[in-house]
Design a binder for this molecule. Structure first.
Ligand SMILES: O=c1ccn([C@@H]2O[C@H](COP(=O)(O)O)[C@@H](O)[C@H]2O)c(=O)[nH]1
Length: 312
């Protein structure tokens, strides 16, 4: 089954478009986990990150279609962190969640192929699951975020690996940060750069559409720019959209409504801090606090599902 079909089916199965971002941060881990490793080695912190993220997976696996591990927080711990990232991806995948690794990778074409080989597709062949080691992915992600700024020839190797391994990519089109417009909003040949990137995304999906009309090349568009989100939904009708910026960055349900297609699919809305550190949010802290952080994660996920459900 192709990546786009898998993610849209997962949305239908869970009745949710929420993507839970797995962004472990030392200072914000719930105290039972943090206190146990404070002052210890990166290996100890990596074990805490693995436990934290895997417990989140246990809590949300029936509530949402996908999770998005943020590679940066794992890389921050060095090699032990990257082992943890691999364990978290595998655990989430085995729990039935679609995994979007947020690595924002890319390079010249030949090097881009190495990134694609590393991150995209099934682990079968490396794990006990059988398969061909030559086409297995050590990280085993369903999809990866990638930068478009090296041009079309840097994206094509990712798309080829997507074809071979039924994987997907999310190209950065209009990011959620306040400074993203510095380059993305510039105009060239009478159109914005983000619009040109959107056209390239649509071009890359040509000839690769699933029965619902979606292709393997998705796009990142921030919840913090609702007008551009509506414009880009129209400009990229064949792309699953990954929409970060909900919650902690200010995006709300009304802002992201335009990302979804007529069947309420075709996009996932990410929240990381707002869900995984819900134990510290005032709405949940009194009821759950650090001791019941898993219940806070569940409550925040259900609340986000309800908020999005009300506008879909
Ligand atoms: O445009 C972008 C692209 C990626 N991100 C990433 O999404 C999450 C958002 O985390 P919150 O805690 O919900 O703000 C994080 O991993 C970012 O690196 C983004 O925010 N915007």
């Amino acid at each position: 089954m192709t990546f786009s079909t898998r993610i849209n089916e997962a949305i239908s199965r869970t009745g949710s478009v929420t993507c839970v971002g797995l962004d472990p941060r030392k200072a914000q881990l719930p105290s039972p986990l943090r206190d146990a490793v404070e002052g210890q080695s990166p290996d100890a912190w990596a074990a805490a990150y693995t436990q934290f993220c895997c417990e989140i997976v246990d809590v949300v696996k029936d509530l949402v279609p996908c999770v998005k591990p943020q590679a940066a927080f794992f890389e921050q711990l060095g090699p032990a962190g990257m082992v943890s990232l691999g364990e978290v991806i595998r655990y989430a995948s085995e729990a039935g969640l679609v995994v979007i690794t947020d690595g924002k990778r890319n390079d010249i074409g030949s090097t881009a192929t190495a990134y694609a080989d590393a991150y995209l597709g099934s682990r079968a062949g490396i794990s006990a699951a059988g398969g061909d080691p030559a086409t297995a992915s050590p990280w085993g992600s369903d999809s990866l975020t990638v930068s478009p700024y090296l041009g079309q020839d840097s994206l094509e190797p990712f798309v080829e690996v997507c074809d071979q391994r039924a994987a997907g990519i999310f190209v950065l089109v209009k990011t959620s940060n306040p400074g993203g417009g510095y380059l993305q909003d510039l105009e060239s040949d009478g159109k914005t750069i983000y619009r040109s990137v959107a056209e390239l995304v649509t071009q890359l999906n040509a000839g690769r559409l699933d029965p619902d009309g979606y292709g393997p090349v998705g796009a990142v568009v921030g919840a913090t720019y609702p007008e551009q989100l509506a414009e880009l939904r129209e400009a990229m009708p064949h792309s699953v959209l990954l929409v970060p910026g909900f919650g902690a960055q200010g995006g709300a349900a009304d802002d992201v409504k335009a990302a979804l297609d007529a069947s309420g699919r075709g996009a996932v809305i990410n929240s990381s801090r707002g869900i995984i550190f819900a134990h510290a949010r005032k709405e949940y802290a009194d009821t759950f606090g650090d001791a019941r952080w898993q219940d806070a994660v569940r409550a925040a996920t259900e609340d986000m599902n309800a908020q999005l459900g009300a506008v879909v």
